[in-house]
Design a binder for this molecule. Structure first.
Ligand code: S3P
Length: 180
């Protein structure tokens, strides 16, 4: 279990695309002096290609397989912060591994907020569709319960300013560790 005072255990961020997992994860890692890993970034480093290229060559199924492998590896590490890809929770095996090997935080944000943050980003293959808002709503409907089922803590991440979410997150983590 993660302990903010003793800095033991892993801290894992889950949530939809655009929730701020990478941004907040990096900030938190900086603050707590922990190593930071972004599962998508590790996949790109290993393969030498971008996420859209993996989707193009291997489809979503191929990407999910790679994601599963990387998650299995990352959760073996100790005292790190992990920003997961938005679809990581789709596989039960991933959900179990995240839950068992770290303190999982769901960054919850509404589809309309998410879209305003990422609508011009071409690096997210699932959103390269005619109606990205509809797609995000579908993903939210499908995944919100999976994120909640995986997380030890849910935090609202609708603010336009990440520093507000960061402040709330740190306060909640402190509260959490004091309760243990
Ligand atoms: C995906 C989210 C992306 C990336 C891939 C698939 C998803 O990560 O893993 O494009 O299924 O929601 P981010 O959540 O970091 O954007």
């Amino acid at each position: 279990m993660f302990d903010m005072n003793k800095i033991t255990g892993n801290l894992i961020l889950v949530g939809l695309m655009g929730a701020g997992k990478t941004t907040l994860g990096k900030q938190l890692a900086n603050k707590l002096q922990l190593e930071f890993y972004d599962s998508d970034q590790v996949i790109c480093e290993r393969t030498g290609v971008s996420i859209p290229t993996i989707f193009e060559l291997e489809g979503e199924t191929g990407f999910r397989q790679r994601e599963k492998t990387i998650i299995s590896e990352l959760v073996q590490l100790q005292n790190i912060i992990i920003a997961t890809g938005g679809g990581t929770v789709l596989h039960e095996e991933n959900r179990d591994k995240l839950k068992e090997n770290g303190f999982v935080i769901y960054l919850h944000a509404l589809p309309e907020i998410l879209l305003s943050r990422i609508q011009h980003d071409k690096n997210r293959p699932l959103l390269q569709v005619k109606d990205p808002m509809l797609k995000l709503q579908q993903l939210y409907t499908q995944r919100d319960r999976l994120y909640r089922a995986t997380a030890h803590l849910v935090i609202e991440a609708n603010d336009s300013c990440t520093s507000e979410t960061m402040t709330r997150l740190c306060a909640l983590l402190r509260q959490q560790t004091n309760q243990q």
